[in-house]
Design a binder for this molecule. Structure first.
Ligand code: C2E
Ligand code: MG
Ligand code: MG
Length: 715
């Protein structure tokens, strides 16, 4: 080439001379020579044929590329190079273009003299004479086999996984689009699956990556064997594979395929004489029932795969959109709650706890509230269940404990010393850091009295890890001096075990029992039983959810003196508590009970009196309410209602004169007859009859209460 450049420089010099009018013949000769040298010396192969495609000349580069010398090809047609890899129609197309446009350009697979196939880039030109008739064809060709191979290699890298040779994500996306188009055309279904090997990491860690790689290769082959050629399996990376099972006519068909895949993967894999047992979990979603982009469907299949893992691995799981929505909702809610903690949107409210007999406030329960700037006030039961079982539950729990301890320290400065009860979830209690966190707080606030802190453990959350719960509580009690209460007592499954095993000093009767204490004889019996148990185990007892004076009176009669509930005060912000306390007036009816010792008979009489009043109130409210109101009538069955049960208990009391119970029985029967009749007329919309009946009922009540007063006076 260098030689040619020197020659070109001297040629240019001579050409300038022509312009000066000298030595034209010499320049013409040189041009011919130049053409010849270009023809012979360029690295591109050249071939010249006559109009009948008979080769008349080739250059040395042609010989170098094809291996054919001029003698081998001159007098023959270029068909000598034909590899047989292109169809007849391919050559017909070339000729058509050549004749029409005068040139053709493209890539052709040809065969060298030694039989080797090679790829050439070929340009063919037709040469015309002055009459515009073709006289010759010239072909310019270069060997692009190595480019082609590189290209193929690149394609392979770009579309296939190097380790398993399975399609990679890029090719999978392509196949997905094709499969979707096919599914639409044929009205069938497409299963998009996500497969993840179970516990693969352990195998990798234990036996090394080369074993892991061999397993992946084996697994990929096993999956491939179980699916049809038209299906796709792709490796996404790591031990994750995705599959497209097209033409799904029913999920049952799909299930069979997936089960076959799982079974084949579960067969032992032997590598270096070691048997490995591997299983997989598969999540699957079906298009078009579940629609969206490839990413969405894969994400859904991935979620279902996670479900399959949760359900015990080595199985497949169909995607459940509703469930997924709930999980996603929960996840986003968790993030909002975490942010709320950072933004200081939580607040502790305090609900007073009183001794009804003595009339004094001895403590408060700390109850969390969420003041969300966007959603307003949010009650704990709307967000605590969401954080339950997560790390965030511990963070929120720590925050609550710290706030409560800090509050106790602030109240200490104004000489308030209520016992603050803090609700603790079992997850929080069992976290490694619980004891240290509490101890650190007592160090941070050294002047508070630690016995003014009481941990309230939810009764039903104490299930399961009873021994551990016992140990943590025991340490908190003995080392730190805090109190422990069992919250919502009676709602768990093993209340008796909890009571006897856990080091609790106080039992809180759940408010669901207190609410219906005077309506439902069963709840009365439960509370009666709980109070009996706390006496037997020498524990303190407090009732929560006391909403009326009557409930308080009944609890007092039953032997429960401590209470918390709306009848005393609703939970309030910390800064309102001191003023509320200053203005607090104890319930006088409760105080009056202080002078009275209740015998078993007194208790029953009190219950009878309070229960009939309650029954009457409930009945009157029901009859006076509109028909579409949510109110329900009291128990109308004469033997099942509270008063009826009470009369039964009273009849069994030795000390009550049998005749007196008979009188109560008769009055009770009478008011039920009147009430039944009112109820009947109420349903018929007969207001007149209802009014008459109500007056009659009122009289029956008066009479009954006067009889009761007499009994109480003599007892
Ligand atoms: P709980 O510990 O049994 O708290 C008593 C619940 O009853 C409180 O509901 C309180 O406002 C409500 N209450 C008290 N007296 C009455 C009443 O007379 N009538 C009625 N209808 N309700 C009454 P709240 O504050 O909504 O808390 C509900 C539950 O959320 C609590 O039940 C407790 O289990 C949990 N909780 C509240 N704050 C926290 C906290 O800081 N940490 C934890 N782990 N749980 C908490
Ligand atoms: Mg509580
Ligand atoms: Mg409770």
């Amino acid at each position: 080439m260098r030689e040619m450049k020197c020659w070109w420089d001297s040629f240019k010099l001579k050409a300038y001379k022509i312009r000066d009018g000298s030595d034209i013949q010499a320049v013409t000769d040189e041009i011919v020579e130049l053409r010849l040298r270009i023809f012979n010396e360029v690295p591109e192969g050249r071939i010249i044929t006559d109009v009948d495609s008979v080769v008349i000349d080739v250059n040395p580069a042609f010989t170098k590329i094809t291996g054919y010398s001029p003698e081998d090809v001159i007098g023959y047609t270029p068909q000598i190079l034909n590899s047989g890899l292109q169809s007849r129609s391919f050559y017909i197309e070339i000729w058509k273009t050549l004749l029409k446009c005068g040139h053709w350009q493209g890539e052709v697979w040809n065969r060298k003299k030694n039989g080797e196939i090679y790829s050439e880039r070929l340009s063919v030109f037709a040469i015309y004479d002055d009459n515009n008739s073709i006289t010759h064809y010239v072909g310019l060709l270069s060997d692009i086999t190595s480019n082609k191979r590189q290209q193929e290699q690149l394609d392979l890298l770009a579309h296939y996984d190097v380790l398993t040779q399975l399609p990679n994500r890029t090719l999978f996306d392509d196949r997905f689009n094709q499969a979707i188009a096919y599914t639409k055309r044929t009205n069938t279904e497409l299963a998009v699956c996500f497969l993840d090997l179970d516990n693969f990491k352990q195998v990798n860690d234990r036996y090394g990556h080369h074993v892991g790689d061999s397993i992946l290769i084996e697994v990929s082959q096993r999956i491939t064997q179980q699916i049809r050629e038209s299906d796709t399996v792709s490796r996404q990376g790591g031990d994750e594979f995705t599959m497209l099972l097209a033409d799904v006519k029913s999920f049952i068909y799909c299930q069979q395929t997936l089960q076959r895949i799982l079974d084949s993967i579960a067969q032992p894999i032997i590598i270096d004489d070691i048997e490995h047992i591997i299983s997989a979990s598969i999540g699957v979603t079906l298009y078009p029932a579940d629609s969206g982009e490839v990413d969405t469907l894969l994400r859904h299949a991935d979620h279902a795969m996670y479900e399959a893992k949760q359900a015990g691995r080595n199985r497949f799981q169909l995607y459940d959109a509703e469930k997924d929505f709930r999980i996603e909702h929960k996840y986003s809610r968790l993030q909002t709650i975490e942010q709320a903690l950072v933004n200081d949107e939580f607040e502790l409210y305090y609900q007073p706890k009183v001794n009804m007999l003595e009339g004094h406030v001895f403590g408060v329960e700390a109850l969390i509230r969420w003041n969300s700037p966007s959603e307003g006030f949010i009650a704990p039961m709307e967000f605590l269940p969401i954080v339950s079982g997560t790390a965030l539950e511990i963070k929120v729990g720590d925050w609550v404990v710290e706030q409560a301890v800090k509050q106790l320290d602030e109240w200490r400065l104004i000489e308030l010393q209520p016992v603050i009860s803090i609700n603790i979830s079992s997850n929080h209690l069992l976290s490694n850091s619980f004891f240290d966190m509490l101890e650190a707080l007592f160090t941070k606030y050294p002047l508070i009295n630690s016995s003014c802190i009481e941990l309230e453990i939810l009764e039903n959350s104490a299930l399961g890890d009873l021994n551990m719960i016992h140990d943590v509580l025991e340490r908190c009690k003995s080392d730190l001096g805090v109190g422990v209460a069992l919250d919502d007592f009676g709602t768990g499954y093993s209340s008796l075990t909890h009571l006897s095993v856990l080091p609790v000093s106080t039992i809180k009767i759940d408010r669901s029992f207190v609410r219906d204490l005077l309506d439902d004889p069963n709840d009365y019996s439960i509370i009666d039983g709980v109070i009996g148990l706390t006496n037997a185990f020498r524990r303190n007892v407090i009732a929560e959810g006391v909403e009326t004076t009557a409930q308080g009176l009944m609890l007092l009669a039953m032997g429960c003196f401590q209470a918390q509930g709306y009848a005393i005060a609703k939970p309030m912000p910390a800064d309102e508590f001191p003023l509320w306390l200053k203005n607090y007036l104890p319930n006088q009816d409760w105080l009056k009970c202080a002078q009275k010792q209740f015998s078993a008979k007194d208790k029953k009489l009190k219950l009878f009196q309070l229960a009939t009043l309650q029954w009457q109130d409930k009945f009157v409210n029901y009859i006076q309410s509109s028909r579409d109101s949510a109110l329900s009538p009291p128990i109308m069955d004469i033997t099942e209602c509270h008063c009826g049960r009470c009369i039964n208990w009273l009849s069994n009391e030795q000390k009550l004169v049998t005749g007196s119970v008979k009188v109560l029985e008769q009055i009770h029967e009478k008011f039920h007859i009147i009430a039944d009749s009112i109820f009947h007329h109420y349903q018929l919309n007969d207001h007149q009859k209802v009014m008459e009946g109500m007056n009659e009922l009122q009289e029956a009540f008066f009479y009954m209460h006067s009889v009761l007063d007499e009994y109480k006076a003599v007892s």
